[in-house]
Design a protein around this ligand. Sequence first.
Ligand SMILES: Nc1ncnc2c1ncn2[C@@H]1O[C@H](COP(=O)(O)OP(=O)(O)OP(=O)(O)O)[C@@H](O)[C@H]1O
Ligand SMILES: [Mg+2]
Length: 234
Amino acid sequence: MSLFITFEGPEGSGKSTQARRLYERLAAASYPVIVTREPGGTPISDLIRRIVLDLQHSEMVSTTETLLFSAARAQHVAERIQPYLALGGIVVCDRFADSMLAYQGFGSGQDLDELRTLTRIATGGLRPDITFYLDLPAQEGLDRKRKAAQRPSNASPLSPRPPEAGPQEWNRLDARDLAYHERVRSGFLELVKLEPERWQVLDAHLSMDELSARIWHVIEPRLSGIRPLEDHTA
Ligand SMILES: Nc1ncnc2c1ncn2[C@@H]1O[C@H](COP(=O)(O)OP(=O)(O)OP(=O)(O)O)[C@@H](O)[C@H]1O
Ligand SMILES: [Mg+2]
């Protein structure tokens, strides 16, 4: 048995924070686990990430964007995710195919059925076992990201744009307007309604510790089929 866990949600909702914490807790308990992210997760997919998220690529048309996300995903699934699951491991992934439906579908208005077909091609039909959705109003998530990206040297609370460099990436999709990000958020909520058994909805206003505790509460009972690492070498 294996476990494929994904984290979804609007910008700055705490996905990377919680994916990392879950990974650390599982690794500390000797479960076979990797943490990865989309777009990215392999050298080829990371190169595609740089192209698709580059702020300077303002001329990128939506079809290109969608095909690049799909290409990155295809490589990620085939090279990294699927082989690890086949060994009986746990894969924790920061964003996955639902993000494409939310952003390129609900956000940009691309046809959802076409996006689902592309997703099937890219993933070979692989779907997450559990998806955590961290829900936060778009403006609050963008504010969190801006704050994290601001360096003390050039930070200004009145600045309409975040500084160019910072520990937090500010990318081509982040830079879209608030209405776009609100459509993405309501798109995620639509996806939850369509498949409520797969999704776990969490209020991202909760503290990091409270969120981690709730996530663990969902994951712990699902671990009985996963063999800890020492068993694998026995
Ligand atoms: N529960 C929380 N409460 C308050 N702030 C938080 C919480 N979780 C994360 N943050 C802060 O919000 C910012 C964004 O967190 P994080 O990078 O984990 O979000 P993300 O969803 O991965 O963002 P992105 O969409 O950019 O990938 C960080 O500065 C982080 O420290
Ligand atoms: Mg993140």
